[in-house]
Design a protein around this ligand. Structure first.
Ligand code: 13P
Ligand code: SF4
Length: 302
């Protein structure tokens, strides 16, 4: 059954000249058939540079939207229309416009986990892998960092900027508590604990390494540790185990699951290609402004 579906996807991909991009949190079988897997920055860079006519984006809606902004002449499909990001929904363009009035001298740095309309209201975007670099590159002393309070706090610890935080957070990473680290340290005293910067400051403080999903996979490849404890969404385990078969990887806690990232399946990827659904489009006015903010970020990461 699965092999039939994979054949169908590969046939449709060829016929339609499509490419499949998948985030590191996707289910194993989706990551396995993708042409490219990566973190938000890697996927944005890839989308901006794609040759095929169609991008099937296996992730959540803001990621497909970023691809549509960066590759305006391509057709971008999100196989599962209900795959959203609760954090991205914690801010609207209207609320951001209001906040900007309170801080007229601040530059708005917007985490890519946000809608196109919010990006269009921002000066520059960032991802979890380049947030510190982006904030340092902005000339303003004051930064309005939206929407992730935890990533914003992490950045504030590494720059001398005045960072104003929005109160958004990732419901998956925010569930992680410092006591989980203390417990796991007792059980695995030699194992490095590596976490995503979307975790709470109290968790980040106790970790041995903090990074995006791409940086976490790089860390593991360069580490000689027998066992590594991972504080990010469980989907990352697929790549970690594939790339490092001799190492043991354990999740910091079983609550590290993002339901939205689990909605995409081989079935709906095949359907997406067959029916050309669900097309992600951004109106031109929003797209142009959002693209400026994304392009400025991509210029920093050359
Ligand atoms: P990265 O893959 O860029 O670290 O993003 C994590 C995330 O939460 C995406 O939704
Ligand atoms: Fe959003 Fe968190 Fe899920 Fe990423 S892991 S899509 S930030 S809810």
């Amino acid at each position: 059954m699965k092999s039939k579906l994979i054949k169908k996807i590969n046939r449709l991909k060829k016929e339609k000249n499509a490419v499949i991009l998948a985030h590191n949190y996707q289910i194993e079988e989706v990551q396995a058939i993708a042409d490219y897997t990566g973190d938000s920055l890697g996927l944005s860079q890839k989308a901006a540079d794609i040759e095929e006519d169609i991008i099937v984006f296996c992730g959540v809606d803001f990621m497909a939207e970023s691809a549509a902004i960066l590759a305006p002449n391509k057709t971008v499909l999100l196989p599962e229309i209900n795959a959203g990001c609760p954090m991205a929904e914690m801010i609207t363009a209207e609320k951001l416009r209001e906040k900007k009035k309170e801080y007229p001298d601040a530059a708005v740095v917007c985490y890519v986990n946000s809608s196109a309309a919010v990006k269009a209201e921002s000066d520059i975007c960032c991802t979890s892998s380049n947030a510190v670099e982006v904030v340092k590159a902005v000339s303003n002393k004051q930064i309005l960092f939206v929407p992730d309070q935890n990533l914003g706090h992490y950045v504030s610890q590494q720059t001398d900027k005045e960072i104003i935080l929005w109160d958004g957070y990732c419901i998956t990473h925010h569930r992680m508590l410092p006591e989980y680290i203390t417990e796991v340290r007792e059980a695995h005293p030699k194992a490095p604990i590596i976490v995503h910067p979307e975790c709470r400051p109290e968790v980040v403080e106790l970790a041995d390494f903090v990074g995006s999903t791409g940086q976490i996979t790089k860390y593991a490849q360069e580490s000689n540790a027998e066992t590594i404890i991972v504080g990010t969404e469980m989907g990352i385990l697929y790549k970690l185990r594939l790339q490092n078969p001799d190492q043991n990887f354990y999740l910091l806690n079983q609550g590290l699951i993002c339901q939205n990232m689990k909605l995409t399946s081989l079935e709906n990827i095949a359907e997406a290609l067959e029916k050309m659904q669900y097309r992600i489009e951004v109106d031109n006015q929003t797209r142009i402004k959002a693209q400026e903010a994304l392009d400025k970020m991509l210029e920093i990461n050359g």
